[in-house]
Design a protein around this ligand. Sequence first.
Ligand code: F6P
Length: 322
Amino acid sequence: MKKIAVFTSGGDSPGMNACLRAVVRTAVHHNIEVYGIRFGYEGMIDGDLVRMNAKSVANIIHRGGTILKTARSKRFLTLEGRTLAKATLEKNGIEGVVAIGGDGTFRGAVEFSKICAVPFVGCPGTIDNDLLGTDITIGYDTALNTVVEAVDKIRDTAESHSRVFVVEVMGRDSGLLALYGGIGVGAEGILIPESSQDLGNLVERLRQSRSDKHSKIILVAEGDETGGAMNVGQLIGEHFPDLDVRISVLGHIQRGGAPSCMERVNASRMGHAAVEALMQGRKQEMIGIKNNQVSFTPFEKAVKEHIVPDAGLLRMMEVLAH
Ligand code: F6P
């Protein structure tokens, strides 16, 4: 393998830059020419390639976002767009591609493989941690820490005013950010899409809650079937007219910021492994870290199912929140 390309795609996540750095530096180490494709699949369609070297990824390991930019490409969903992307790779003599992104990125790679033989290897970059085949995706740990930092601050107000705060966190249709973030902040309630009977249970637990408890924090995953924090807040207000309820939607602060140390380490391992995987002839696989070992999962499998959160964690949260 003499020439590879790397791109970031879909929602940005902290640690993407650390992964990119590892890809570029590993390629350079093996005397492989490496090109960065800007703006994800959009740049692949438009031929937006930049030559990268060890220096182009200097001082980025600690930076959030992605220096290569990213996009959610609608054009790549069309055969016309994918045909243009194929032409870009062929014109530039690209022999292998590292895709850093989430499930949309890997679904795109599967579709692309039907018309283009250039091997793709993926690194899971998403705060949602919703890919099968890895214990942790790049961005998840940092996003969790951001959630915890933000909600700890909200707790100060909740405690001072004796309020209930319903806090909505991201995760698309996965509840892992809400579940782990909720346990981390000592939440009184956690509503996630993977558990459908939790709202009635929450109301009941609020009713029975210790009378000397001043603040209550309820974390709601954006994909929960209740429809989000506004609906949950309204419902709590209807059941408990005496409670002072406030809503907070954390939003995109969860996607930004400097990656945590674990993020940097995991992202570096995955980026490094991705280049070596391409060199070994692997393709259409996502690199992951399972039980602290680098793992490989076919794209189709990685995007098919979510990690199912351990139901015991919700039960534990209820015990600990008393
Ligand atoms: O996949 C990451 C994520 O932040 C999800 O948690 C969220 O649902 C979505 O992206 C938001 O996407 P956008 O920034 O395109 O609105």
